[in-house]
Design a protein around this ligand. Structure first.
Ligand SMILES: Cc1cc2nc3c(=O)[nH]c(=O)nc-3n(C[C@H](O)[C@H](O)[C@H](O)COP(=O)(O)OP(=O)(O)OC[C@H]3O[C@@H](n4cnc5c(N)ncnc54)[C@H](O)[C@@H]3O)c2cc1C
Length: 442
């Protein structure tokens, strides 16, 4: 274990607040705890951030393709999910996106708004966000210990004893568990952190990959592999329309990717898990509309007009100029067995009608998701019903807190997961600071 960044000279193993996990939520918790202690004239209290990796914020560097989509100005609660509906609301009200932006401006990160209310650093560089957070931790004299994997916690009258993988021990009055979920496990959050909270009776809702690519059973995707096509994707599970998303849909060897697909993936993961024990798997379809700018009637009339205008062309050229060649061939293959060198005029009314139908809603059967290694977040996690929705304190143990992805709260793609990480980190940090400055708190 090494101390990487600190101005503090007191390296005793008895501290006030221990934060487990140097990701976004842990860094936010450390900063807010120390800031709050300073307002209480208790800035000499020790706040220590423990990170198992040799540096903090490894996953943060990957966010937004390295550009870090750090929050989103859209405050609609439909962007947040979890088994305990509404749990995240009070925290998100307390620390809305505007408060997150102000915080970043305070620590030197100038922010800019892009499409769909997404907020990025003006530098468009996740590294500059991480550097600014590191500088804030140094300014506040938060001790950062890297290479410090917490492998167990226990509690007695002195407080919490943290046991590290190398055998060292620390005693803390309060502990904030910010060890992340299971997404992108190579960054350090591989789900082992759940055990730290399970020690204190907290339950785990099945963690599932979310914001992840989908696997499909359909033959349609593979020949189009590598193509990015604009359209809408509508998720239909057991005949019920769940949600519709628009944007670039990416076709791959295994199935589908791209922003609209990633956005729908959490619902797919949950549906597959809910029926994983059943002999009746859920019927999951993505309907792709390749022409969302036109009504079904308009598409039908367009195809009939093209059939009349290009009657003598080869069938394989029927849609040339409307779609990418591979998509044209893929769609025609769905509607006719005829040779594609036959004349366009050979396409029957029935085939033309069906072609119009699948241009607007091509059903693609989904049979799985890619694994956690590909996922941007975790749906599920430590159940929130035994945490206070304002303070994030455990109802089982005084002085125990959790924040970030480790909890059963996940957000949509677009800055909502980091919004939750910052907001929940701030709430947990402030609460822990209040707790350690109270009398008789153990
Ligand atoms: C490729 C990718 C792109 C993403 N892009 C975005 C985006 O643009 N916008 C957005 O909002 N969200 C994005 N996310 C999601 C976002 O990164 C997460 O929601 C966020 O990092 C969660 O923060 P966290 O602090 O809760 O967990 P993490 O970032 O996972 O941090 C947890 C930390 O705890 C450490 N740790 C775990 N166990 C222990 C232990 N026992 N002892 C000590 N340390 C431990 C881990 O090493 C890790 O550093 C993206 C995710 C990925 C994978």
């Amino acid at each position: 274990m090494s101390i990487t960044e600190s101005n503090s000279t007191d390296h005793s193993n008895i501290i006030d607040i221990a934060i487990i996990g140097g990701g976004p939520s842990g860094m936010a918790a450390a900063i807010s705890a120390k800031k709050y202690l300073r307002t209480l004239h208790a800035g000499n209290r020790q706040v220590v951030l423990f990170e198992r990796n040799d540096r903090i914020g490894k996953k943060l560097l990957m966010t937004g393709n390295g550009r870090c989509n750090l929050t989103n100005l859209d405050t609609d609660r439909m962007h947040f999910h979890g088994s305990n509906a509404g749990f995240s609301e009070k925290i998100l009200d307390q620390f809305p996106p505007t408060a997150i932006i102000s915080f970043f401006e305070e620590i030197g990160v100038v922010c800019t708004e892009e499409e769909d209310k997404k907020i990025f650093p003006l530098s468009l560089h996740a590294g500059s966000v991480l550097d600014s957070l590191r500088l804030a931790l140094i300014d506040l004299e938060v001790q950062v210990r890297t290479g410090a994997k917490v492998s167990g916690i226990s509690k007695d009258s002195e407080g919490y004893t943290l046991i590290f993988a190398d055998g060292q021990k620390f005693i803390a009055k309060a502990v904030i568990v910010a060890a992340g979920g299971k997404s992108a496990p190579s960054t350090g959050s591989d789900g082992e952190g759940y055990e730290l909270l399970r020690t204190f009776s907290h339950k785990l809702s099945q963690p599932l990959p979310s914001i992840v690519q989908l696997k499909t059973a359909s033959e349609f995707c593979k020949p189009l592999s590598g193509n990015k096509l604009f359209g809408t994707a509508t998720l239909i599970i057991d005949g019920v329309t769940i949600r519709k998303e628009e944007g670039d849909i990416l076709f791959t060897d295994y199935g589908l990717s791209g922003p609209p697909i990633l956005q729908l993936s959490g619902f797919v993961s949950r549906a597959l898990y809910q029926k994983s024990d059943s002999t009746n798997p859920p019927d999951i379809f993505i309907h792709i509309d390749f022409l969302p700018m036109y009504s079904s009637e308009k598409v039908l009339s367009m195809l009939y007009e093209r059939r009349a205008a290009f009657a003598g062309r080869r069938l394989e050229d029927f849609l040339t100029g409307l779609f990418h060649k591979r998509l044209s061939v893929g769609l025609l293959r769905q509607v006719t067995q005829k040779s594609l060198s036959a004349h366009v005029s050979s396409l029957s009314d029935k085939e033309t009608d069906y072609l119009a139908q699948i241009c607007k809603a091509l059903p693609i059967h989904v049979n799985g998701t890619m694994p956690f290694a590909n996922a941007q977040t975790t749906a599920g996690g430590i159940a929130t019903d035994h945490f206070d929705a304002c303070t994030l304190s455990s109802s089982y143990e005084k002085g125990l807190y959790a924040c970030g992805e480790i909890l059963d709260v996940d957000g949509d793609c677009g800055g909502f997961n980091l919004q939750w990480a910052w907001a929940s980190g701030f709430a947990a940090g402030e609460s822990a600071a209040k707790y350690v400055t109270q009398e008789n708190n153990v």
